[in-house]
Ligand binder design. Structure first.
Ligand code: FES
Ligand code: FE
Length: 455
C-alpha cells in the first residue's frame, strides 16, 4: 500500500480521463472527495446541462413560483402575468441577498429583505427605495433585473432549464433514453405533483447516490430488513434475470427490471377488458399494462422497462414513474435529496392516499429504503477521504464484456440481461467526458456515442 505523500492534481483532460477505466471497470475514489473536481462538476456539468426544475402542475397560475437549484445556484421558477415560465437566479442584484425565502408559493413580486429592491415576476427591477434621494435620480434600474437561465423548456409538462446558451434543444438533449424515462411518468396521462416535496440531506457524494439507482445488486441484501417488514415485496420487484438496460446520449440511462419480450407481447394482445381484469406476474402488472398510448412516449422496447431512468446528471425517475428524485450536490461530501411525487389527476382519493403512504414509507426522511441506502452511501463517501483508502479503486466489473446492446427496428437500443453494472459504467464514462470538455462544442466533438454490440 502506498504511503508516499500525494501531489494534489491540477485536473486536465488526461488526468480526468484516467479517473475511470471503462474497459476494466475501475473507478478512482478521488472523484468523491476532491474539492477541485467538485468545482469543475458545478461548472462543466450542472451549469451546462439541462436541469429538472419542476412540473407545470406546481405553478399553474400567474405568480406561482417554486425554488430549485442548478448545481449550487439557487433559482426561482416563476410564472409571470403573461403565463410565461421564467427561471431566474435567486440573488438580488444589489448585494446578492437571497430574494425569495419560501420554498414555493404565489407572489405579486419579489421584494428583497435587505434594502427593499422589488422585482417583477419576469425579473425586471420595478422599484428601488430611495432612488430619487439617495441615488439622486441617476440609477438606471433597467440594467439591474434578475439574471435569467440561458434556456427554459417544457417537455410534456416537465420544466427544465440550463445556464448554457449552447446547450442543444431539450428534446434533443433527452434523446430516446431521456424521453423514455420521462414517458414513464407521462404514460399515466394527466398527472400532477402532490403538494409537499420531501427533502433530506445525506452525508454522501451526489454521484454515489446517482450510481446506486442503477444498482440492483444491493437490493436483496441492503434492503433485506425492509423486505422483512412487508413494506416491499423484494422477490416480486427484483427479477434478477429480467433486467433491461438502455444507455443513451450524454449519460442518460435506464436500468432495472424489464418485462421479457414474450410477456409484453402477451399483454399487448389482451383486449381492454382482459387488461382491466388481468392478474399476471407482478412484473407484467407493473409495466406491461401501462395505457396503450404509453408506447408512443416510451417506444416499443422502452415500454418494457420497470426500472430506473436517470436524466443526466441527477434526475431519477422512480416508483415505476410515480416519483422524481433530484440528487442535489452540496459539496463533495453532502447531497440533498428532493422527492417529487406524481399522481394521475384521475386517481380516486384512496389510490392517492395509498401512493402518499408508499412514498413516505419507502423514500425521503422516513423512508425505510432510504435509511438503508443513505448509510451505505455516507460510509462509502467517508472512506474516500482517507489518504490510504482513496488510493484503492472501486470495482465496476459486473457484466463487462458479457452482454450485447441490440438495436431494434424502432432504433431503440436495449440490453436484456441479469443484474449488472452497465448503467454505472456508462454514467461515469459520460461524467468524465463532461468534466474534461471545456465547452458544449468540445463535449459534442469528444463524447462517446451510445454503444451497439457487445459491451
Ligand atoms: Fe437586495 Fe440590497 S441586497 S436590496
Ligand atoms: Fe436502495
Amino acid at each position: 500500500m502506498a504511503t508516499q505523500p500525494e501531489k494534489r492534481v491540477n485536473w486536465n483532460r488526461a488526468s480526468i480521463e484516467a479517473l475511470i477505466d471503462s474497459d476494466r471497470g475501475r473507478l478512482d475514489r478521488r472523484i468523491y472527495e476532491d474539492e477541485a473536481i467538485y468545482q469543475l462538476e458545478l461548472e462543466r456539468i450542472f451549469a451546462r446541462s439541462w436541469n429538472f426544475m419542476c412540473h407545470e402542475s406546481q405553478i399553474p397560475e400567474p405568480g406561482d413560483y417554486f425554488i430549485n437549484f442548478i448545481g449550487e445556484d439557487q433559482v426561482i421558477v416563476a410564472r409571470d402575468r403573461k403565463g410565461k415560465i421564467n427561471v431566474m437566479l435567486n440573488t438580488c442584484r444589489h448585494r446578492g441577498n437571497a430574494l425569495c425565502r419560501a420554498e414555493q408559493g404565489n407572489a405579486k413580486s419579489f421584494v428583497c429583505s435587505y434594502h427593499g429592491w422589488n422585482y417583477d415576476l419576469d425579473g425586471r427591477l420595478i422599484a428601488v427605495p430611495g432612488r430619487d434621494i439617495y441615488y439622486r435620480d441617476k440609477f438606471d434600474r433597467t440594467q439591474w433585473g434578475l439574471a435569467h437561465a440561458a434556456q427554459v423548456e417544457n417537455y410534456l409538462g416537465f420544466i427544465f432549464a440550463t445556464l448554457d446558451k449552447d446547450a442543444p434543444p431539450l428534446s434533443e438533449y433527452l434523446g430516446d433514453v431521456g424521453r423514455t424515462g420521462l414517458g414513464m411518468i407521462a404514460a399515466y396521462g394527466d398527472v400532477e405533483v402532490i403538494e409537499g416535496i420531501q427533502k433530506n440531506v445525506i452525508d454522501c457524494n451526489w454521484k454515489i447516490a446517482v450510481d446506486n439507482l442503477f444498482d440492483w445488486y444491493h437490493v436483496m441484501y441492503s434492503h433485506a430488513s425492509a423486505g422483512a417488514t412487508g413494506v416491499v415485496d423484494l422477490p416480486a420487484i427484483l427479477h434478477p434475470k429480467n433486467q433491461l438496460v438502455m444507455l443513451g446520449d450524454y449519460g442518460h440511462a435506464i436500468s432495472g427490471p424489464g418485462v421479457p419480450s414474450h410477456l409484453q407481447a402477451e399483454a399487448d394482445a389482451l383486449s381492454d377488458e382482459e387488461r382491466a381484469a388481468y392478474k399476471g406476474p407482478a412484473l407484467v402488472n407493473m409495466a406491461a399494462l401501462r395505457p396503450r398510448e404509453a408506447v408512443a412516449l416510451m417506444g416499443p422496447e422502452g415500454i418494457r422497462s420497470a426500472g430506473h431512468p436517470n436524466i443526466f446528471p441527477n434526475a431519477w425517475v422512480t416508483l415505476n414513474g410515480l416519483q422524481i428524485c433530484l440528487r442535489l450536490p452540496r459539496g463533495p461530501n453532502k447531497t440533498e435529496l428532493w422527492w417529487f411525487t406524481f399522481v394521475p389527476k384521475a386517481f380516486p382519493p384512496e389510490y392517492r392516499a395509498a401512493l402518499v403512504s408508499q412514498a413516505i414509507h419507502l423514500f425521503g426522511p422516513s423512508g425505510l429504503l432510504e435509511q438503508d441506502d443513505g448509510e451505505n452511501w455516507s460510509q462509502s463517501t467517508r472512506a474516500s477521504r482517507g489518504v490510504a483508502s482513496r488510493k484503492l479503486d472501486h470495482v465496476l466489473e459486473m457484466g463487462l464484456g458479457q452482454d450485447e446492446v441490440k438495436v431494434h427496428e424502432s432504433g431503440q437500443r436495449v440490453i436484456d440481461t441479469t443484474v449488472n453494472e452497465h448503467g454505472q459504467r456508462w454514467f461515469y464514462r459520460a461524467w468524465s467526458e463532461w468534466l474534461a470538455a471545456e465547452s458544449w462544442q468540445e463535449l459534442e466533438a469528444s463524447r462517446t456515442a451510445p454503444p451497439e454490440g457487445v459491451i
